[in-house]
Design a protein. Structure first.
Length: 436
C-alpha cells in the first residue's frame, strides 16, 4: 500500500515526465519485440537453408553466450554441468590444471595460476596467452568452453600452447590434470612472533581456516606482526572477503555495492569482535590480485589498518550474481559495482599500493614471477569504465634454511618483513615509553 501511495503522489506532482517515461518504456518494448522477431527469422532461415542441419538448442545457447559476452567480460551462461562444477569449486575442489583465466581480444589469457597446482609447477605466469588447447585454436572460444576443455579427469593429459611477451613463438606445455583442492590458506612463521599467511583464493572455508591459523600461531607465540599475501589471488566469494577484513577492522564500512536494482545496494560493516588483533600488518598485492582480494586490500588500506606493498592490482570492481535457471543451468550476471570504505570504485584502476615494489625477475623463482605484461581489468573488452573517480593440508615445520631461501628469491616479501620489523620495533618502543 505504501508503494502504491508513493507512486501516486509522485505522478501527481510530476505528471509530464511520467508521460514521457511511459512512452519511452512502450518504445523500448516495441524495439525489443522487433529484435526478437528478427532473431526468430534468422533462426528460421538457418534451420531451412544452412549448409548442414543445425541444432536449434546449440544455436540458441550460442546466441545467449554472444549476448552476455557483448556486455562485459565476466557475465556468462553456464550449462547444468558447468553450474555443478562451479558449486563444487566454491565448496571444495575440482579437477584440472589450476589457473584462473579470462578472455582478452578473443584469446584466452591467464589471470594467475593457483599455487601448488600443475600449472603453477610448470611455470605458467599471469599474462600468458593460451593460443591452443590440445592443438585446437582458442581464438574466440568462450570462457566456459575453455574451462570445460582445461578441466578433466585426474591423471588425464593435455597440451597447451603458450605465448608470452618476449618469446619468438609458441611454447607447448604438457600437463597432467590433478585434483585442485583449493587449500586457500597457507602460513609459516618467518621469525618468532612474525607470521606470514597467504590466501590463494576466497572460498567457503577461507575465514574459518584463516582464524584457525591465527589461533594456532597465538598458542605458540604472541603474534607481533603479520604479512598477508594476496598476490595472484584471483578472488572468489564476496562474503569471505568481508569476513576476512572483519577480523582486523572493528567498526565502519568494509565494502559497499551499488547496482541498478536497489536490492543490489548493500553496505557491509565491521563488527567489534571478542578478540582484537591490533598487531602491525603488511599486505602484499600484485597485478594478479583481483576482485575479493582488492576488497580486503582496499578495506585495510582505507582504515589505515595495514600497509599495502607490491604493484597495482587487477582492477575488477564488479560483483557477479549466480542465478540458477529452471533446467539446472546457471547465469553469472554482473549486477553491481563495489566501492571501498572511502567511496572509491577500483573498476579498471585497481588498488595502488602504499609502497610500490616491483618483483625482481632476476630472483630466479619462475613460478612466482609477475610478468612485465600482466593483463588487468582495464585491458578486457567491454569492461566497465570507472565513472566514480581435498583434505586439510597437514601442517609442517618450515626450516630456517627454507625461510631464508624463500626470502632470498622474493624481494617483495623481504621488503614486507623489513617494514614489519620496523613497525614492530616502533610499537614496542612506544609501549615502553607509555609504561615509563
Amino acid at each position: 500500500m505504501k508503494k502504491i501511495c508513493f507512486l501516486f503522489c509522485f505522478l501527481f506532482v510530476l505528471p509530464v515526465p511520467s508521460v514521457f517515461a511511459e512512452a519511452d518504456n512502450q518504445q523500448q518494448e516495441t524495439d525489443t519485440y522487433k529484435n526478437l522477431e528478427t532473431f526468430a527469422n534468422v533462426l528460421n532461415l538457418l534451420q531451412q537453408h544452412y549448409v548442414y542441419e543445425i541444432s536449434s538448442h546449440d544455436v540458441i545457447i550460442g546466441a545467449i553466450n554472444g549476448m552476455l559476452t557483448s556486455l562485459d567480460p565476466h557475465s556468462s551462461y553456464m550449462s547444468p554441468e558447468d553450474f555443478q562444477e562451479l558449486q563444487a569449486e566454491t565448496k571444495g575442489s575440482f579437477s584440472g590444471i589450476g589457473i584462473e583465466i579470462t578472455v582478452r581480444d578473443g584469446v584466452l589469457t591467464v589471470v594467475s595460476p593457483i599455487e601448488g597446482t600443475p600449472a603453477y609447477r610448470q611455470g605458467i605466469q599471469a599474462g600468458d596467452q593460451i593460443v591452443k588447447i590440445n592443438g585446437q585454436m582458442t581464438k574466440d572460444m568462450t570462457l566456459m568452453d575453455a574451462v570445460k576443455q582445461l578441466r578433466g579427469d585426474r591423471g588425464s593429459k593435455l597440451t597447451i600452447s603458450i605465448h608470452r611477451k618476449g618469446w619468438q613463438g609458441l611454447q607447448d606445455m604438457a600437463l597432467v590434470r590433478d585434483v585442485i583442492p583449493l587449500h586457500s590458506v597457507k602460513s609459516l612463521q618467518l621469525e618468532p612472533g612474525l607470521l606470514y599467511v597467504r590466501i590463494t583464493n576466497f572460498q567457503s572455508t577461507t575465514t574459518r581456516d584463516f582464524r584457525k591459523v591465527l589461533q594456532q600461531a597465538v598458542s605458540k607465540h604472541p603474534i607481533e606482526g603479520l604479512i598477508l599475501d594476496l598476490r595472484n589471488n584471483p578472488g572468489g566469494l564476496l562474503d569471505q572477503a568481508v569476513k576476512i577484513s572483519d577480523v582486523f577492522i572493528d567498526s565502519g564500512i568494509i565494502v559497499s555495492t551499488k547496482g541498478r536494482d536497489p536490492e543490489q545496494d548493500m553496505v557491509f560493516e565491521a563488527h567489534r569482535g571478542t578478540g582484537r588483533f591490533d598487531f602491525p600488518m603488511i599486505v602484499l598485492v600484485n597485478g594478479g590480485s583481483a576482485s575479493a582480494s582488492e576488497i580486503v586490500a582496499g578495506a585495510l588500506q582505507d582504515h589505515h589498518r595495514a600497509i599495502i606493498v607490491g604493484t597495482e592490482t587487477f582492477g575488477k570492481g564488479s560483483v557477479q550474481t549466480i542465478v540458477p535457471l529452471p533446467d539446472g543451468a546457471g547465469l553469472r550476471l554482473t549486477t553491481a559495482r563495489y566501492y571501498t570504505p572511502s567511496g572509491d570504485s577500483i573498476q579498471a584502476t585497481g588498488i595502488t599500493p602504499d609502497m610500490v615494489v616491483p618483483f625482481e625477475e632476476q630472483s630466479g623463482n619462475e613460478s612466482d614471477k609477475e610478468n612485465n605484461w600482466s593483463v588487468r581489468e582495464k585491458d578486457l573488452p567491454h569492461h566497465f569504465e570507472n565513472n566514480d573517480g581435498k583434505d586439510k593440508e597437514k601442517s609442517k615445520t618450515t626450516s630456517p634454511r627454507e625461510i631464508e631461501q624463500r626470502l632470498a628469491t622474493d624481494n617483495q616479501l623481504r621488503t614486507a618483513l623489513f617494514l614489519l620489523k620496523n613497525l614492530n620495533a616502533k610499537g614496542k618502543t612506544r609501549n615502553m615509553e607509555q609504561q615509563e
